[in-house]
Design a binder for this molecule. Structure first.
Ligand code: SF4
Length: 281
């Protein structure tokens, strides 16, 4: 049981946030920033505890109380900052997430969603869910061996992409978070090959890997991320995809892309990008 659910945040994807699950079964080892914080503040003791998700039992009751209080101030609600709303093979989590999105949309509150799971097809039902929601996946590789090491219980990359593509095919807005992108000493891969797989999306966010000891040992990471950022920008321009390169990824941050999602194809979208630590989600 929680005392509150909907809160104002500095997360770049929405001005309000909901985390209706404690823990996350994807079990990322980048490491997971959310898990590190929970361990640091004593909320949980271990990785093993983190990967056993617990839903917030009174989430829907709290929403009923909190929506009237906040709805005029909300631009987007982001699901989720410190967990995964569609974590792989967690039916109970997905059911609650769908109810939360439906409830928010009923009051014309739009959602941005980010997952390493597979989107349920029913999100394409625009009688129930707003067609102004924006659905994203995290995708930093296509290498399943890399996935086994770094996000062992998340959805296979192909399934993740397929789920997103389905929503795109139904006219919904989609995006990909390519963050935290690994250095070559963690996985040797072709960035362009990954980008080509997601060329259908409306926007791509690219960011470097922080907090990882092995990654920080990679010599030339500044040059590496600079090259990656250039590849992403060129690809996005060629394919008319919106993009944003996270702060600290390029040698010089480009302020002009900061508010890129305030314009063009994404209609009323107003995502203001603020400087903040990278997320692993
Ligand atoms: S990084 Fe995100 S998806 Fe991975 S375990 Fe943490 S909260 Fe879950």
């Amino acid at each position: 049981m929680r005392k509150s659910l909907l809160y104002r945040s500095n997360v770049e994807y929405g001005d309000f946030c909901i985390n209706h699950i404690e823990g996350c079964s994807n079990g990322c080892k980048y490491p997971c920033y959310a898990m590190m914080m929970k361990i640091r503040y004593g909320t949980i003791k271990s990785y093993e505890e983190w990967i056993k998700p617990k839903i917030v039992g009174n989430a829907l009751e709290l929403l009923e109380k909190e929506i009237p209080r906040h709805k005029d101030k909300i631009n987007f609600v982001h699901l989720c900052f410190s967990t995964d709303p569609f974590m792989y093979r967690q039916g109970e989590v997905a059911d609650l997430t769908l109810k939360i999105i439906e409830r928010l949309n009923r009051d014309n509150i739009r959602c941005t969603v980010l997952t390493k799971g597979v989107y349920p097809k029913e999100l394409a039902n625009i009688k129930k869910y707003s067609n102004e929601n924006i659905y994203g996946i995290t995708l930093v590789s296509l290498d399943e061996d890399f996935k086994k090491s770094f996000e062992p219980f998340s959805a296979p990359f192909e399934n993740r992409i397929k789920g997103l593509k389905y929503l795109h095919s139904k006219g919904l807005k989609t995006w990909v978070s390519m963050e935290p992108y690994p250095t070559p000493n963690l996985v040797q891969q072709d960035l362009l090959g990954v980008l080509k797989k997601i060329s259908f999306v409306d926007k791509i966010i690219f960011g470097k890997l922080n907090y990882n000891v092995r990654s920080s040992q990679f010599r030339g990471s500044k040059e590496f991320y600079q090259d990656c950022a250039s590849t992403v920008i060129e690809f996005c321009k060629d394919n008319r995809i919106e993009y944003h390169i996270k702060y600290g990824t390029q040698k010089r941050d480009n302020k002009r892309t900061e508010n890129i999602f305030e314009r063009t194809t994404l209609g009323p979208l107003r995502l203001g990008y603020k400087k903040q630590p990278s997320l692993s989600l």
